[in-house]
Structures are given as structure tokens and as C-alpha cells.
Design a protein around this ligand. Structure first.
Ligand code: HEM
Length: 343
């Protein structure tokens, strides 16, 4: 019998690589030269510390978490749309982390010597699409024809009731901008390798006040709240890992299935600490500029954390194309935030 986490298998369809190249080309239009094809609006970019805990059980002491350690990292809170829009418009929210100074072989050919390990998280604990083609088709339909395009696309793909059901599900999963981004729990809802095992991740706020913070008013009230909050106090998240159990209850290729805690409990492996800092200072503004020019990509990973499943494989192409279109900085040249200097 396989030990917890291992025994997983990927199913790679015929002609997949070519299909994913074509999808990426559709997803990344000419206008993406000005910014990210998705998650364009960076709510705020911050410097942080990623601390791997001591005394972890062997099953989770893998890859970056194989031994205790402290790393510098970049953190980017974002909104999911491919255009900048006010925070009151329902949207997905992202939390991307780039851990810097990570030794070990990385996955992307040509970038094996990179010193970074990225983790990309969003609010829902599942991803509503099995087929990357449906996700990309939907993004393109919404971009070109708005909500009508979205509904038309989903009904065309999933039938009348299936399409409307998916539309309602997507609407429910969108964040309405009513709670601080520092007080939310984020998930990596698609699996990555965790050594020989496979895993999903969760980032959980360590201090969650009994009453949610009051939010300011304004076009970008979520960023404004984060800026004010971090100027006065640190923000901390616990990083939890949930291991694969079996193909039925914790599938690799179907991210619509919830990996329940009853089947696989989360185990805390690390802490993300964002120390108090002033994003409005000259150094803070320079940091934001650098972070906007970085590329956060789940494939910027140790071989022990290679992304798994068709959604991840499609992302492998899409992020490269989006990153190249906008001329993001090379992964081999990323330095820790403390080495940025003022220039
Ligand atoms: C087939 C599915 C997906 C595709 C094609 C896709 C595509 C993209 C692209 C093109 C970008 C912009 C990349 C750049 O220019 O740097 C992006 C950003 C992002 N995506 Fe995805 N994505 C997919 C699924 C997901 C999933 C499942 C998550 C869940 C964690 C996710 C989270 C994010 C986040 C957090 C960012 C912003 C990264 C940053 O702050 O720079 N995406 N996505």
C-alpha cells in the first residue's frame, strides 16, 4: 500500500502540449503587453519572511520544508480580472508568494539554477473547471462580450441548465470586497508535488480579530486598508499542507473535488510573516514597482514541488506567454527584497 500522499498519477492527454500552446495564445492578447493577462491589478506588493517550522513530521518535511529555515520573500495581493477595475466589482482575489534564496533544482528547463519557489493562492478551496479549455474560453468570452458572452459560452459548452448553474456557482465564488484581504484564508486549490507525495496548500491568517476590520471607502478600498494596516502592524499567515490520499477522494486531475479535512487534515508547515512596512515610502514604492515586474508562476518550483494535473500543465504555458508578452524580469536575476537598494 502507498504511504500517505504518494501513489498519485497524472493523466496526460494526446496532443496536450500543442492544445495548451494554442490556449495560451488565445488568453494573452496584444493588450497584455501592458500587464498580466489575469490578476492584472496588484492590490499591494510587500516584502515578507517565509519561515519553515522545526520538528515537522517526515511526511510533510519535504522540498522547501525538508528542514527548518528562514527565507525572504515577495508577496503580491491581487484581483483576478485581466483589467484594472474598482474593488466593489465582484472578482477573484489572489495571494502570490515568491520565496527567494531557495537552493535545489527547479522544474523549468533553463531555469534549473533559479533561487525561487513560488506559491499562488486564491480564495476558493476548489477550482471549478476540469478542462483548461473551458476556463480560457470563458475568460476570452467575458473579455470580448461581457456577461452576455460569458453566459452564451457556458450555455454552449454545458447546456442551458448546466451553463446557468455554473454561472451561479461562479458568481457565488466571487469576492464582493467586504472584508480585509489580510483576514481571508487562501488556498492553492490545484495540487503540487510534495516530495514523493502530492499536496494542496492553505494560507490561514494567524490573528483574525473577532470583528472584521472596518474598510475605508474608495475605488481601491482593499488596497487602501492593507496599506494602512501594514504600516502599523505585521500580517501573519500559517502555511498548511494537505496530502493526497487516493485518486477518488483527493483526485489530481479534477480540482472541482474538495479534498476534505476528514479525509486529509491540514498540517502546519511554515509561517508567512509580512513585517510592518510603509508602502507609501520611497522604498515601499520601489518594492511595488519591482513586484509588478516579477513573474509569479507555480512552475517556478523545486522539482520536489512540481505542479500536477492538466490545469497546472496548461498554466505552465499560459504564465510563460503572459510573462514574456509583458517583459517580466528573468527568474535567474531575482534578488531578495533586502538587496533591492534604492535605485
Ligand atoms: C487553466 C487555468 C489557469 C490559467 C490559464 C491561468 C492564467 C494566468 C495568467 C496568464 C496569469 C498572469 C501571469 C503573469 O503575467 O504573470 C495568472 C495569474 C495568476 N493566477 Fe492563474 N491561471 C489559471 C488558473 C489559476 C488557478 C487554479 C489559480 C489558483 C491558485 C490561479 C492563481 C493565479 C494568481 C494568484 C495569479 C496572480 C499572480 C501574480 O500575483 O503575479 N490561476 N493566471
Amino acid at each position: 500500500m502507498a504511504t500517505t500522499g504518494t501513489g498519485w498519477r497524472e493523466e496526460i492527454g494526446p496532443g496536450e502540449a500543442e492544445r495548451f500552446e494554442a490556449l495560451a495564445a488565445r488568453l494573452v492578447p496584444e493588450s497584455s503587453r501592458e500587464g498580466r493577462a489575469l490578476h492584472r491589478y496588484g492590490q499591494i506588493g510587500l516584502a515578507g519572511r517565509f519561515e519553515v517550522l522545526d520538528g515537522l513530521p517526515a511526511a510533510v518535511a519535504q522540498g522547501l520544508c525538508a528542514r527548518p529555515g528562514r527565507y525572504e520573500c515577495y508577496v503580491r495581493f491581487s484581483s483576478g480580472a485581466g483589467a484594472v477595475q474598482p474593488d466593489r466589482i465582484p472578482d477573484q482575489r489572489g495571494l502570490a508568494i515568491k520565496v527567494v534564496g531557495v537552493e535545489g533544482t527547479k522544474v523549468i528547463p533553463g531555469l534549473e539554477a533559479a533561487k525561487t519557489q513560488d506559491f499562488l493562492a486564491i480564495l476558493p478551496s476548489t477550482f471549478p473547471f476540469v478542462d483548461p479549455e473551458v476556463f480560457v474560453g470563458l475568460v476570452v468570452a467575458a473579455r470580448e462580450r461581457g456577461v452576455r458572452g460569458l453566459a452564451g459560452f457556458l450555455i454552449g459548452r454545458l447546456g442551458f441548465f448546466g451553463g446557468l448553474g455554473m454561472l451561479a456557482k461562479l458568481a457565488r465564488s466571487m469576492d464582493k470586497g467586504k472584508q480585509s484581504l489580510a483576514e481571508r484564508t487562501y488556498f492553492v486549490p490545484v495540487p503540487i508535488r510534495w516530495g514523493e507525495a502530492a499536496a494542496k496548500l492553505r494560507l490561514r491568517p494567524v490573528e483574525r480579530p473577532p470583528t472584521p476590520a472596518a474598510l475605508p471607502r474608495g475605488e481601491h478600498h482593499l488596497a487602501d486598508e492593507l496599506r494602512a494596516r501594514v504600516a502599523g502592524a505585521p500580517i501573519r499567515f500559517a502555511v498548511d499542507v494537505q496530502l493526497y490520499v487516493d485518486a477518488e477522494r483527493t483526485p489530481i486531475e479534477d480540482p472541482t473535488v474538495q479534498w476534505t479535512e476528514a479525509v486529509s487534515p491540514f498540517v502546519e508547515v511554515a509561517r508567512l510573516e509580512i513585517p510592518a512596512q510603509d508602502p507609501a515610502s520611497a522604498a515601499g514604492e520601489r518594492l511595488t514597482e519591482v513586484i509588478e515586474g516579477l513573474s509569479f508562476d507555480p512552475w517556478h518550483a523545486l522539482v520536489e514541488h512540481r505542479p500536477l494535473g492538466s490545469i497546472m500543465r496548461a498554466r505552465g504555458v499560459a504564465y510563460r506567454v503572459s510573462t514574456m508578452a509583458r517583459g517580466a524580469s528573468s527568474e535567474l536575476e531575482v534578488v531578495p527584497p533586502s538587496e533591492l537598494g534604492s535605485g
